[in-house]
Design a protein around this ligand. Structure first.
Ligand code: BDP
Length: 691
């Protein structure tokens, strides 16, 4: 009887909850209450601001809201002042951000902080790794929303609608820039046909305050201009770029600038001509400067030499500190290697004191289960932003080192590698939308806590539906207790769960080759660069496991400021979450809890798997509160995630056990997969890259 009632309840409630396909993101249609909007000025952006208020107002019915553009020195760039029913800003964009903040507060029961609200970073940018043929490098949500293979230069009404929806979503969370193409850039992007398509994209993004940028291939003068060289100090090369930039601005007058991956992973760059990164970046910066454009120059560099890969970006860029033009920003990935589930912060943060530096986060889940896993990345970014570099004394956290609080850098910026594609729900997994949302929110306010971000996102994305009564939401009842609270907890725990079942205790880069999904600690074919193979990173042998980056090893610890450097160097003080990142330790090393390293590793893998099983239960219980489409889609993802978590655990424990030669603790569930089968079946869900 109970079963019948509860399944009836489920059916009934899911019918009540309108079908949702996730396309509306956190901006679902509302039944709005009446509101009067007073605004003396006019612009396309203000028209949007006004419309948003009319479409979504949930405050006092019939209230009057004044939108005022007025110079105020306390209000910076895109900032605004929100008091009572007045939104004041220096620009129409500031007004729009204020409107979204007000509406968000109404819908989530948040209290506007009142007074001035300035963004932490001036440039808050999504990097799309989209190729001109419409494919996306490390994209898991369908093809590009910007480019396509068939009929590539026709712009349809559908394209325009989608670009507008994309712009609106970004504006609603404060994102104000989009790099439209892959950092592994095709020179083609600078040809007139592509520039003209970019122009149309720019025209739809503009009213929402989103500027466009392009990734450029450093050898473009060779491939497009027919030159023999792309040497940045060659006057003809400089002139080619100047002309190209002029042409771009004649097509897109408010073009944002270039993102450049140069002399990195086989991409051409200044080093091909014996020049430095500064020579290359400055040459482009000079071309962009007359138009106010920026160069975001990436520090993601490493070569196949004998130097620890984790040290190379720092070694290469530190000597260039202070040698870059004002309109260059060095774009640094959060960690020193490559977007792993956990890395310590990159030692370049805070260390480059005379150069603008911007963090680069990866929103797309390249190393975190693609569009399969439910992993809320906000906690990972918060961990990075809050890490103390000690570069200017205690409290020199990464956020303050990059947002202008500590160093007077001319430009402040932050980038997220987008997880957006043509999938109906944009991100492939409903929960991956939360990462897009969180990136925007943290870029606006780098002191926000992940708990608040998750809270807002869940309320906006799942509370009620369009048939709901208008007016303020009620967050006091069952919905909060039985849905919001457990789902939020799941999100907050989700990244640690992934760390546990993939790479606990500071392990890193042991995933399956090419596709970077699933385990692959054994992968090391002959002839391949060692730093592209997992054994280079885990260093497992019968003697132990871990990468020795102490003074006795690669000495990467010396790139960190004291007291961190000594703390990481000493195995007794090194945080356990980074233990095998910095230390090579014997299998019977005694951990803080008294267990051997081997046992601890086993328990952590097991904990990770069990966490995912808990998430499944949390979600199963969420059924009555979610429309059936999204409910079942997430349920499927979690099942797949559980299968992969077990695979990770079995693969890593059975593989490492060959070296530890110790038993898997008997209170842990036995592996259910055989190592040779896992290796044989490793399908390398790849995208054709070689590592
Ligand atoms: C790695 C990706 C690769 C990117 C590279 C980058 O595997 O596809 O091109 O980063 O950031 O994480 O340039």
């Amino acid at each position: 009887m109970k079963v019948i009632i509860s399944s009836f309840f489920f059916l009934f409630t899911s019918l009540l909850l309108h079908a949702q396909n996730g396309h509306q993101l956190w901006l679902r249609d509302k039944k709005a209450l009446p509101v009067h909007v007073i605004c003396k000025q006019n612009s396309p952006t203000l028209t949007i601001a006004r419309q948003e208020l009319h479409d979504s107002w949930q405050g006092a019915p019939g209230a009057t809201i004044s939108l005022i553009i007025k110079k105020d020195r306390a209000v910076k760039v895109d900032g605004f002042k929100l008091n009572e029913n007045v939104i004041q800003a220096n620009t129409d964009k500031g007004i729009l951000y204020g409107v979204y903040e007000l509406l968000r507060n109404q819908q989530t029961g948040g209290k506007p902080k009142g007074g001035v609200d300035n963004p932490s970073y001036q440039f808050r940018i999504l990097d799309h790794w989209d190729n001109p043929d419409g494919s996306i490098e490390r994209g898991y949500a369908g093809n590009s929303i910007f480019w396509r293979k068939q009929d590539p230069f026709t712009v349809t009404d559908e394209d325009k609608k989608l670009w507008q929806e994309y712009a609106r979503a970004n504006a609603s969370i404060g994102i104000n820039g989009s790099v439209l193409n892959n950092v592994n850039a095709s020179p083609m992007i600078l040809t007139p046909d592509y520039l003209n398509r970019a122009k149309v994209i720019a025209s739809l993004l503009r009213p929402y305050g989103v500027k466009i940028y392009l990734s450029v291939n450093f050898a473009s003068p060779v491939s497009l201009g027919g030159f023999k060289t792309a040497d940045p100090l060659d006057p003809a090369v400089m002139a080619w770029w100047k002309n190209k930039v002029k042409e771009i601005y004649s097509i897109i007058p408010d073009f944002g600038g270039f993102l450049v991956k140069a002399s990195s992973e086989g991409q051409p760059g200044p080093q091909n001509y014996g020049r430095t990164h500064a020579d290359g970046a400055n040459m482009l910066a000079d071309a962009l400067n007359p138009f106010g454009g920026l160069v975001m120059w990436r520090a993601f560099v490493y070569s196949a030499n004998n130097e620890d890969r984790a040290k190379q970006a720092y070694d290469e860029f530190m000597p260039l500190d202070g040698k870059f033009r004002d309109n260059v920003i060095i774009q640094v990935k959060n960690g020193p290697i490559d977007f792993q589930a956990r890395e310590p912060f990159s030692p370049l943060f805070g260390a480059m004191k005379k150069t603008s530096v911007m963090p680069e986060f990866q929103v797309t889940q390249e190393y975190l289960g693609h569009a399969v896993y439910v992993v809320f990345l906000s906690t990972m970014w918060e961990e990075c932003l809050q890490s103390d570099t000690y570069q200017q004394g205690k409290g020199s956290i990464v956020a303050r080192c990059t947002d202008g609080s500590i160093f007077p850098q001319k430009n402040t910026a932050i980038a997220g590698v987008s997880n957006i594609g043509l999938d109906t729900n944009w991100c492939g997994n409903h929960f991956a939308q939360a990462n897009w949302y969180a990136f925007g929110r943290l870029a606006w306010n780098d002191t926000l806590k992940s708990g608040q971000i998750a809270d807002e996102w869940i309320k906006l994305t799942f509370y009620g539906d369009s048939s709901q009564k208008s007016g303020e939401a009620d967050y006091t009842g069952d919905w909060t207790k039985n849905f919001l609270v457990p789902v939020k907890q799941m999100m907050i725990d989700s990244r640690e769960a992934a760390v546990n079942f993939m790479t606990p205790l500071g392990l890193h880069h042991i995933m399956s080759a090419n596709g970077h999904y699933g385990p692959g600690p054994w992968w090391a074919p002959k002839g391949i660069r060692p730093d592209w193979t997992p054994p280079y990173y885990h260093q497992a042998s019968t003697n132990g496991i871990g990468f020795d980056r102490t003074k006795k090893g690669s000495d990467a610890i010396s790139q960190y400021h004291e007291p961190l450097s000594s703390e990481f160097n000493n195995v007794a003080t090194c945080p356990e979450k980074f233990l095998l990142w910095f230390h090579h330790l014997p299998w019977d090393y005694k951990m803080k809890d008294g267990r051997t390293l081997w046992d601890d590793l086993c328990y952590r893998y097991d904990t990770g798997v069990n966490q995912v099983r808990e998430f499944q239960k949390i979600w199963d219980k969420a059924g009555p509160f979610v429309d059936s489409t999204r409910f079942m889609e997430v349920q499927r993802k979690l099942r797949e995630q559980e299968i992969n978590a077990v695979l990770w655990k079995d693969a890593c424990l059975l593989y490492f056990q060959q070296f530890s030669r110790m038993p898997i603790p008997y209170d842990i569930e036995r592996p259910v997969n055989n190592l040779d089968d896992i290796i044989k079946n490793d399908t390398r869900r790849g995208d054709g890259r070689s590592h």
